[in-house]
Write a protein that binds this ligand. Structure first.
Ligand code: PEP
Ligand code: MG
Length: 883
């Protein structure tokens, strides 16, 4: 193992693995000349070694820490554990590779004891500050390092304020604080613990506590939710203390170099005068907007703006910074890439591209597919008459409706239901509740409070700082403007406007912003795999086209027969006992199908449209047998003879069609092989509709798809028969109609025998819903409600294979099918139309194995377009890196 401890000037931004995000940021800022208080970082490797070998690692580390303290002493001209002069004090801060806000520990003011506090008081001429700092150290040390919890200290603080008849901590005098420290030491005694007076012992114990906090339950939960590996470890930053609470010329704050909510230009942040950093992040006092600093401390404000610009240009992205002003001098305490709302992510990517700071590929990589998904979520219809009952700060956009719950544990327990977590403010320990809730509402805190930051990161709607709501945790209700909302009542929150509504608010579907449209056009330009949509109606087709689909990858014709006006004709067809009867029923269905196809073709304006021949088992079109039996009994009672006869006929047919394994039964191409008239009617409807479009002077490109083929003879026979129908229609119409025949690959046998099947198919489309079902032998209808959750919980399977393609098994079959299919038929066009076609990870796999397109539901099309471009870019980068 290399070096264990790095001075800030020895590190840089690329060392996040080793120094953690915070350490790497402090190092980088130091090196580009920004004012960072001197300090050093103990690497994540040391944390991992400590996890493995325990305390002896701290002993091994110690001489290196001492060596670095000396250097910092030289730089600052102050001494740690000083006997005279202003004492050097440290903060000890955690900092993993990925930001885990508030999840791990920090201890401030290390180095104060009964003696140095006197020096600090004298040298700073600020006794109140000295004793307040000491008080905070004793409290944090007890809570974090010695595990005594915060509550005993908070209680003492509250008692003290009550005794003095004051409301705020800042009103306590130096004498009060001295008294409070004594009482804090009594708490230590009650716990049988001791506060170490030796600053070196304090530092050693604090470093160890930060290492340990990597494995605190809330940190583990956070990592699980955010897919952060457990073996990264945290670095520990030992930083010279600077004080934002030295008076009214001091302050502390956080800022984003651009607006993290909308992405607008201009520094956006908050600060508190005469306060320490934890006061801002905790959301207890409501801070002032950064613009007021311009009035209060104009030169510091200018400097801050300048540093923001330097950082943004340096990192080429929006940054989130923490700063402290000590007696008019600005210090930078943290820099990291700023978390942003999905809308801001898109705007920032396009703005940075237009400003020439990043290139096109980088702009696409700046936005996650899940963020685009979020932008397609519904919003509250502002034109609705519903009156909001209160308003807070819209901290994370989107609307959420759910039952009010007042604690995180309950929210987590009720994760099957839609709940809104309502809290005075949230703390890091609430993380599991935030993860389970649909949205969060707090009465206190600003745009950078814990709830706001975490909700934005999770892409969850949040309203914070709704100060007019009065939460009564004992009675489990909140009141606002004369209204009472009890636990489990339903509310809707709008994280965009900050409005809160009682009950369910009406929602509207969003439109794509100009920036998003531009980002998606850019995606289409760079992506080497196309996106089509699964659409069954002209309306769906219209939406797909508007969302940028380059065709329809799957039109499930059965959905057309489910409509109320069509079902009777469909049922007639199913109960038909002779070919003539069946043909007569199909005659009725033909014009309806033709009309649907015509509508879809028109909407798709010449893009290819794959229409799948009837697929599901016929019993799906009949009423359930139990229901039929009940109805027959009722009709008999009413003496309705005709109806009794009709229903009995349906029942007989339903009984005859009953199967033990309908998913492996009489469905797919098997239907068409037994009752060819169905397919014949459908092909006729498709081509007649196409002819209508062509005659109107428009373009059309139908592709006819045969489902559930497993054997070459199935596709061969179906196709031969249908080509005859096609010829017939073409000669009747007297024009050329372009069309292709192809098949779905949704059975393992079809994948393996793809070379044979490809002789009769111009295209393949992977039906990975069925292919996953048939490969695993998991019922797609039942597995997810029965055993799959247990499989996922216990890690038996890494992901739900119905959501994300199983690369190893199902994926292997796909690879084989692509390879064998293309070998046999050079013209073969291959896509996917199972649910996986809209899943970014699965899209990356489809690109990898060389598919021509993915097809997904219309609302996923924008997500898939971005995912397709990202897959292309990332694969190219990987290829270049491997070279
Ligand atoms: C599939 O099986 O993946 C598919 C797209 O067809 P369906 O879901 O209609 O069975
Ligand atoms: Mg299928």
């Amino acid at each position: 193992m290399g070096k264990w401890v790095y001075l800030f000037e020895e590190g840089n931004a690329s060392m996040r693995d080793l120094l953690g995000g915070k350490g790497a940021g402090l190092a980088e800022m130091t090196n580009i000349g920004l004012p960072v208080p001197p300090g050093f970082t103990i690497t994540t490797e040391v944390c991992n070694l400590y996890m493995e070998k325990g305390e002896k690692i701290i002993e091994e580390l110690w001489p290196m820490v001492l060596e670095n303290i000396k250097i910092v002493e030289e730089k600052t001209g102050k001494k740690f554990a000083a006997k005279s002069g202003l004492p050097l004090l440290f903060s000890v801060r955690s900092g993993a590779k990925f930001s885990m806000p508030g999840m791990m520990d920090t201890v401030l003011n290390i180095g104060l004891n009964d003696e140095t506090v006197e020096l600090f008081s004298k040298e700073s001429s600020n006794p109140r500050l000295a004793y307040d700092s000491y008080r905070r150290l004793v409290q944090m040390f007890g809570d974090i390092v010695l595990d005594m919890g915060l509550q005993p200290f908070e209680n003492e603080l509250e008692n003290m304020k009550a005794k003095k008849g004051i409301k705020y901590d800042v009103e306590l005098s130096a004498e009060d604080l001295k008294e409070l420290i004594k009482r804090y030491f009594d708490i230590y005694k009650r716990f049988n613990k001791e506060f170490p007076q030796d600053p070196f012992v304090q530092l050693k114990m604090a470093i160890e506590a930060v290492f340990k906090s990597w494995n605190a339950p809330r940190a583990i939960t956070y990592r699980k939710i955010n897919n952060i590996p457990n073996d990264l470890g945290t670095a520990v930053n030992v930083v010279t203390m600077v004080f934002g609470n030295m008076g009214n010329d001091s302050a502390t704050g956080v800022a984003f170099t651009r607006d993290p909510k909308k992405g607008d230009k201009g520094v956006f942040g908050e600060y508190l005068v005469n306060a320490q950093g934890e006061d801002v992040v905790a959301g207890i006092r409501t801070p002032k907007p950064i613009i007021e600093l311009k009035k209060e401390m104009p030169s510091v404000y200018d400097e801050l703006l300048k540093f923001c610009k330097v950082l943004e240009e340096h990192y080429k992205d929006m940054q989130d910074i923490e700063f402290t002003i000590e007696k008019g001098k600005l210090y930078m305490l943290q820099v990291r890439t700023g978390k942003r709302t999905p809308g801001a992510a898109v705007k920032l990517a396009m703005d940075f591209l237009n400003e020439g700071l990043i290139n096109e590929e980088e702009a696409i990589l700046r936005v996650e597919p899940s963020q685009v998904d979020f932008l397609l979520h519904p919003r509250i219809d502002v034109s609705s008459k519903l009156q909001s009952i209160a308003k807070g700060l819209g901290a994370s956009p989107g609307a959420a409706t759910g039952k009010v719950v007042f604690d995180a544990d309950l929210a987590a327990k009720m994760s099957d239901e839609d709940v809104i977590l309502v809290r005075p403010e949230t703390v890091p320990d609430d993380i599991h509740g935030l993860a389970a809730a649909k949205g969060v509402l707090t009465a206190r805190g600003g745009m950078t409070s814990h709830a706001a930051v975490v909700a934005r990161g999770m892409g969850k709607p949040a309203v914070v700082g709704a100060e007019s709501i009065k939460i009564d945790l004992k009675e489990r209700l909140f009141t606002v403007n004369g209204e009472t909302v009890k636990e489990f009542d339903v509310i809707t929150i709008d994280g965009t406007s900050g409005n809160i509504f009682k009950g369910v608010a009406p929602l509207i579907m969003p439109e794509l912003s100009e920036d998003l449209k531009n980002l998606l056009s850019l995606s289409d330009k760079l992506a080497k795999i196309q996106v089509r949509a699964n659409a069954d109606t002209p309306e769906d087709a219209k939406r797909s086209y508007e969302f940028g689909a380059k065709g329809i990858g799957l039109c499930r014709t059965e959905h057309m027969f489910m409509a109320q006006d069509r079902l009777p004709a469909m049922q007639e067809m199913i109960v038909a006992e002779t070919i003539e009867e069946r043909k007569a029923a199909l005659e009725k269905l033909l014009p309806m199908q033709r009309e649907d196809f015509y509508g879809i073709f028109k909407e798709m304006k010449g893009y290819p449209v794959i229409i799948r021949l009837l697929d599901p088992p016929l019993h799906e079109f009949l009423p359930k047998r139990e229901i039929l039996k009940e109805e027959i009994a009722q009709h008999e009672k009413n003496g309705e003879k005709d109806l009794v006869e009709k229903k009995k006929r349906l029942l007989r047919r339903a009984e005859a069609l009953k199967e033990s394994n309908p998913m492996m039964g009489f469905r797919g191409c098997r239907l068409g092989l037994v009752y060819p008239e169905i397919n014949e009617m459908q092909v006729r409807a498709i081509l007649e509709a196409a002819a209508m479009v062509i005659k109107e002077g428009d373009k059309v490109f139908p592709e006819i798809m045969v489902p559930l083929v497993g054997h070459i003879n199935e596709i061969r026979l179906v196709r031969e028969k249908l080509e005859e129908v096609a010829k017939e229609v073409i000669s009747e119409q007297g024009i050329q109609i372009p069309y292709l025949f192809g098949t779905m690959i949704e059975l393992p046998r079809a994948a393996l025998k793809a070379d044979e099947i490809a002789k009769y198919a111009r295209f393949f489309s992977f039906g990975t819903n069925d292919l996953t079902q048939m490969t695993f032998g998991f019922s797609r209808d039942d597995a997810e409600s029965k055993f799959l959750p247990v499989y996922l919980e216990r890690g038996i399977l890494p992901v739900n294979p119905f959501q994300t393609l199983d690369r190893d098994g199902v994926g292997e079959l796909m690879r084989i099918a692509v390879e064998r299919g293309r070998k046999a038929n050079k013209e073969l066009e291959i896509g996917i139309c199972g649910e996986h076609g809209g899943d970014p990870e699965s899209i990356a796999f489809c690109y990898e194995i060389g598919l021509d397109y993915v097809s997904c539901s219309p609302f996923r099309v924008p997500v898939a377009r971005l995912a397709a471009a990202r897959a292309t870019i990332l694969a190219k980068r990987q290829y270049e890196a491997d070279k």
